[in-house]
Design a protein around this ligand. Structure first.
Ligand code: BGC
Length: 355
C-alpha cells in the first residue's frame, strides 16, 4: 500500500472521529450529567445514583391538613404515582400501606411521603389497602394483596411495606431495595430511637419483587395485632437471606399517636407452627384468596378495598392451631355459628383424610 493511501485513510479516520465527537458534544451540551453514562456513550437519561439535593434531617408537618389542600399542593401527582421529569428513575417502587380507620393519619402520611419520595427521584406509587370491617385486621394479608394488585399495574421491582403512622425523619433514608431485605424503621421516637430487638422486621421494611416472591410473601393467618413481621423474619431466614439496616440516625422515624390495636391471641401459636418451610410455602402468596370490592385510582393514592371469605379463613386457621376458643373470640363469633363452622371444617378434614 502506498504512503499516500495510508495518509488518506488516516485523514479520513481522523475526520470521521471529529464529526462523531462534534455530534456527541452538541447532543449532550447543556444537559444534566445523568444524561450520559458508561464510557461517555449517550444512553438512557438515567437519574443520578445518589439523588441530588438531599439534606438529611427533615421536618414533619403533623397538623391536620384537609384533602383539598394536600391534593392541590401535589399538582404533579396522579393515580397515587409520580416519576421524575428530567431523568428516568433507577427504581420503580410501590409503597404498600395497610389501613383501617386512620383517615387523619393517612392525610398526614401522604402529605409527608409524596414530597419525600419525589426528592428521591423514584418512579413510585402509593397503594392503601383496606380490609372489610367485618374481618379482624390482618397486616400481612393486606401487604400480600397490595403486592398482587400493584404488580398488575406496573413492573415494580421494589416494594416498601409501610405502616401509616410512621414518617421518615431523614431524606437520606433511600426508599430502594438493596441486595437483601432491608428493615428501614430502625429508630423510632416512641421507642427512644432504639431498635426493639434484632429480629424486628416491622414498621417499615423493603424487599425486591423477587425476594418477596421467593419467601411466598407474608402469612395470611395473622389476624389482629402482632406476629406477622416476626413470621416474615423467619421466612427470610429459611430462605437464607439476611436483613440489612442502615445507621439509626438516618433510618429514623416519628410515630403518630394512636390507640394500640387489640393483640392477636393466636399470634404465638401461628408463629411457632409456621417456622418450617413447607408450612411457609403453603401459606402466603401461593394460597392468597381475596375479592377486590373497589380499586379506586385517587389522586394521591390507589385505594384498594378487599374482602375475604370468613369461613375459609377460620378453616385455614383451624388447621394450624389447637386453641379454638381463642379463634372464636378473635372472629367475634357466637357459639352456634362457631360450632357450625367447626363442624364444616371437621367434615372437610375427614374428606381429605387428614385425621
Ligand atoms: C410483635 C411484632 C411487633 C413487635 C414490636 C412483637 O411482639 O410480635 O409484630 O412488631 O412486637 O411492637
Amino acid at each position: 500500500m502506498s504512503l499516500t493511501v495510508v495518509k488518506k485513510a488516516a485523514v479520513l479516520i481522523i475526520f470521521l472521529q471529529t464529526v462523531h465527537l462534534v455530534l456527541w458534544y452538541s447532543s449532550v451540551k447543556g444537559k444534566p450529567r445523568a444524561m450520559y453514562e458508561q464510557n461517555g456513550n449517550i444512553s438512557v437519561n438515567i437519574c443520578p445514583l445518589i439523588p441530588q439535593g438531599l439534606v438529611g434531617k427533615i421536618n414533619v408537618e403533623k397538623s391536620n391538613t384537609d384533602w383539598l389542600k394536600i391534593e392541590s399542593k401535589y399538582t404533579m401527582v396522579s393515580n397515587g404515582s409520580h416519576h421524575p421529569e428530567n431523568c428516568s428513575a433507577r427504581h420503580k417502587v410501590a409503597i404498600l400501606v395497610p389501613f383501617r380507620d386512620r383517615e387523619s393519619h393517612l392525610r398526614i402520611f401522604l402529605n409527608h411521603m409524596h414530597a419525600f419520595l419525589m426528592k428521591q427521584q423514584l418512579e413510585y406509587a402509593i397503594y392503601v389497602v383496606e380490609l372489610d370491617k367485618d374481618i379482624p385486621f390482618n397486616r400481612g394479608f393486606l401487604f400480600n394483596v397490595g403486592f398482587m394488585e400493584a404488580t398488575k399495574d406496573k413492573e415494580f421491582g421494589c416494594f416498601v411495606f409501610h405502616d401509616v403512622d410512621l414518617l421518615p425523619l431523614n431524606d437520606q433514608n433511600l426508599y430502594q431495595c438493596p441486595d437483601q431485605p432491608r428493615h428501614m424503621s430502625v429508630a423510632i421516637d416512641k421507642y427512644k430511637f432504639k431498635l426493639l430487638y434484632d429480629e424486628n422486621f416491622g414498621g417499615v421494611s423493603s424487599m425486591s419483587k423477587d425476594h418477596f416472591k421467593t419467601i411466598n410473601g407474608y402469612s395470611n393467618l395473622f389476624f389482629g395485632w402482632g406476629g406477622e413481621d416476626d413470621d416474615l423474619f423467619n421466612r427470610i431466614v429459611s430462605n437464607k437471606m439476611i436483613i440489612t439496616r442502615i445507621l439509626s440516625n438516618i433510618a429514623s422515624y416519628t410515630m403518630l399517636p394512636h390507640i394500640h390495636a387489640s393483640e392477636n391471641p393466636l399470634r404465638y401459636e401461628v408463629l411457632t407452627t409456621g417456622k418450617n418451610e413447607s408450612t411457609q410455602n403453603k401459606d402466603g402468596l401461593s394460597n392468597l384468596k381475596y375479592h377486590v370490592t373497589e380499586k379506586i385510582y385517587r389522586k394521591l393514592f390507589v385505594h384498594i378495598k378487599v374482602t375475604i371469605n370468613k369461613a375459609d379463613a377460620i378453616d385455614q386457621l383451624k388447621s394450624r392451631i389447637k386453641e379454638s376458643s381463642k379463634l372464636q373470640k378473635l372472629f367475634n363469633l357466637s357459639n352456634s355459628t362457631f360450632k357450625k363452622k367447626l363442624r364444616k371444617h371437621t367434615r372437610s378434614r375427614i374428606k381429605q383424610n387428614k385425621f
